[in-house]
Design a protein around this ligand. Structure first.
Ligand SMILES: Cc1ncc(COP(=O)(O)O)c(C=O)c1O
Length: 506
């Protein structure tokens, strides 16, 4: 049996230390906390911290890091999440002292380089989106949605058009879309997609009226499909007096190929962490900058990064934060937005900006490669070419007596992170794979071969899958309990163990 390493609190021995610095050997004054802080702030009892040696601390944290799966350790095909490899040069640039050491209260005149980077980034984002104005304030995709919808509402209110209280959201939208609309005080009108998974202009025309503020559409959608009727749909919304919001989180499927502004979109957000390769997880740290049309420009959040075009301007006054926008919806994030995420995104764009089309082609090719490689054993949700991600249904799994979750869990035994499961909701037992542009053909082949192996196993011995994963640090979890009663501290762990023991004994 494998030796199970004790957790750090179990290693604790009174008097053990992780350092051997003797204050007496150095001229270090011994300070009594009571001499420094107010009595009320000084704890009366010793903290219950583990007393451990340095190797024990190092082993504890290194081992915990190895329990995690990450894009740096393997293929991470989560659909809708774009877990692509983040080049390490991004980290190197973000750590340059001139960026990492900036204080947010420094005057503009002291941070010209940082402001120039943000200004240039705004320029790239407007160019790629085809929408001429940009705000870097939002700190996540969902906050970009909030900001964009606030701009739409402010636009209507500025014209006295206050009856527009609804946002149309197709069923193919990402979950944050209806949530952002509702959070903004709009009523959500959900519209169905056609048989082929796409939104039809007729469906929008049917609900479009003078109470509708706009349409919110994820394009390409969370079904991995490009909305081929988007031009007509935008026209219908505009003719009805509304604005079109595009969730641009899936831009890596269209970068450099087409521009939302050109097909009629009024406002969109990017997910910098998805599209331009910065760390993504747990809702951030991210950035969700928005780009808007001329109509919506006055309402953009502040501050914006601006350039002083006066040829006589001093060297240290060329770039500045611009606050003078009286119709702005206001400030959404502390200081400048998530600055170091933008440094990483800008680094990525500096490296790949001249070949964004190639990024797109590889993202789409990789998804279609897996679609074709697996289509004889897994049915797709919607026939035909997909964009950045491919969604399978569970038809062939049911025949084998297993479920989507069983396949996902068995993939862990083979060293792969599971794809997204049971989303989107309108595809039964959805298994959604987004390979991203950063994976090699060899990795995709290995993944496809493994899925086939797992399906063979399912046909022979479905029970093997039902209890997977077998080789992971934790075997099959009660997912509801794990989500509702997470065990996050050592004390909770001890209590949970005691409860398990008493349940087992009962
Ligand atoms: C299509 C889509 N829209 C919106 C979001 C929300 O973005 P964030 O997690 O940055 O709030 C995501 C997240 O990955 C997404 O995939």
């Amino acid at each position: 049996m494998k030796f199970e390493e004790p957790l750090i609190f179990e290693r604790s021995q009174p008097g053990r230390r992780g350092f051997s610095l003797h204050a007496d050997d150095w001229d270090v004054p011994r300070l009594d906390p009571a001499d420094i802080w107010d009595d009320a702030l000084v704890r009366s009892e010793k903290a219950e911290l583990p007393e451990v040696s340095e190797p024990e601390v190092v082993r504890h944290y290194t081992r915990m890091s190895q329990w995690n799966y990450s894009i740096d350790t393997g293929f991470y095909p989560l659909g809708s999440c774009t877990m692509k490899y983040n080049p390490k040069i991004n980290e190197g640039v973000a750590r340059l002292p001139g960026f990492a050491g900036l204080h947010p209260y420094m005057p503009d005149t002291w941070c010209q380089g940082a402001l120039e980077l943000l200004y240039n980034l705004q320029g790239i984002l407007t160019e790629v989106s085809g929408l001429p104005h940009c705000s870097l304030q939002p700190a996540a995709g969902a906050q970009g949605e909030l900001a964009g919808l606030m701009c739409i509402r402010a636009f209507h209110e500025s014209r006295g058009d206050t009856a527009r209280k609804k946002i149309i959201v197709p069923e193919s939208a990402h979950g944050t879309n209806p949530a952002s609309a509702a959070f903004n005080g709009f009523d959500v009108i959900e519209v169905k997609c056609a048989e082929d998974g796409r939104l039809l202009p007729e469906a929008v025309a049917e609900v479009m009226d003078e109470t509708v503020a706009g349409l919110m559409i994820t394009n390409p959608s969370t079904m991995g499909l490009f909305e081929t009727h988007i031009g007509d749909i935008c026209q219908i919304v505009h003719e009805g007096g509304g604005k079109v919001y595009m969730d641009g989180a899936n831009m890596n499927a269209i970068l450099g190929k087409t521009r939302p502004g050109d097909f009629g979109v009024d406002v969109m957000h990017y997910n910098v962490h998805k599209t331009f390769s910065t760390p993504h997880g747990g809702g951030g740290p991210g950035a969700g900058p928005i780009c808007v049309s001329d109509d919506l420009e006055p309402f953009l959040p502040v501050p914006r990064v601006a350039k002083n075009d006066d040829p006589d301007a001093a060297e240290n006054e060329r770039f500045y934060l611009s606050w003078e926008h009286p119709q702005s919806v206001g400030k959404l994030k502390a200081y400048w937005g998530n600055f170091l995420v933008y440094v990483r995104g800008y680094t990525y764009l500096s490296e790949y900006g001249h070949k964004l089309e190639e990024v797109t082609e590889r993202a789409v090719l990789n998804a279609n490669y897996l679609r074709v490689k697996l289509n004889d054993v897994l049915d797709v949700g919607f026939e035909g070419t997909c964009m950045h991600e491919v969604v399978f249904n569970d038809n062939t799994l049911q025949e084998r007596g297993v479920e989507t979750l069983d396949v996902a869990k068995r993939l862990i035994d083979y060293g792969f992170h599971p794809p997204t499961v049971y989303f989107p909701l309108n595809i039964h037992g959805a298994l959604m794979v987004e390979p991203t542009e950063t994976e090699s053909r060899a990795t995709l082949d290995a993944f496809a071969t493994t899925v086939r192996t797992i399906l063979d196993e399912a046909a022979e011995n479905p029970e093997l899958l039902k209890h997977a994963p077998h080789n992971a640090f934790r075997t099959r979890l009660d997912e509801t309990r794990a989500a509702r009663q997470p065990v996050l501290t050592y004390k909770q762990l001890v209590a949970a163990r005691e409860q398990n023991d008493s349940e087992a004994g009962a």
